[in-house]
Design a protein around this ligand. Sequence first.
Ligand code: SF4
Length: 313
Amino acid sequence: MAPGDVPPDDHAYRVLVSEIMLQQTTVATVLSRYGPFLDRFPDLPTLAAAGANEVRDAWAGLGYYRRAGLLQACAQSVMEHHGGAFPQKAAQLAKLPGLGAYTSAAIASICFGEAIMPMDGNIERVVARLEAFKGPLPKEAAQLRKKAQKYVMGVDTGHVAQAFMDLASSHCGANSTNCPTCPLQKLCPVQGPDALKIPQKQMKKPPIEVTWHLLLTHDGQRVIMERRGPGGIMAGMLGFPVVDGPPLGAYYAGSITHRLTHRMITAHVYLLKWDQQTDKTAPAIVKDCNRATLKQLPTLMRKVAERSGLFKV
Ligand code: SF4
């Protein structure tokens, strides 16, 4: 049984939510969002049945919003194809939407006791050093994963994974090591200065530069917004309309840069007074300029809202 006598599937659901949140968001941010998300979607059936926009809005502030849709698609897949019970092996879990090798292994080992090492960047680093592994990552991650199996055979995988994570932060860091006091020193073939050369990393591509002109049409109290389309950056999230260039007659309120994994966005912010006498377009989404609206926005849009000076917080 899982901690606190939580049924394994409920435990798996909580691990799933936390692992997906932690994929590209800091621990501090996840800590502030995890509880409210579970309050709103306490179990798999609730998440599977929720509206897509409701789930996206609850994801606001966590970034990388595609994950919200994938998390819900995963819940729906478990409900539809597995009778509401998670598959218990990592290989089957990896077939669910949004679950990569690490998350699948984490759920299978922590919740269902499978002997498989969940290989995140920290555990990869420790295993690579213990194995004097010379292959570049992530290209040869599958090879390293195979080598890691010997550390979890016949033991409690969750405890071993936790011990490796602790060692990664206490002794075996990405940029610093403390080999003389490391409890695995006698087993480690690369201890010393050479440890920092392992694992080798493949060169990353520089981010693609993207320029947005964002238009905030407002009457001082409310602002016109839109829900972004289903594909691309911040898909399905609330935001301010992106226009082709500096809008005629608009006030330029400044610019913001915002880094995503593969893109660097430069957002230019423009304010335009909303003349409701002459505007016959009937915008679909009009929001109050207040804290409640800010909470529904992805990080870049929230920065833009704050830069506009329209929002009272
Ligand atoms: S001896 Fe050094 S390189 Fe080896 S596992 Fe320990 S801290 Fe890491």
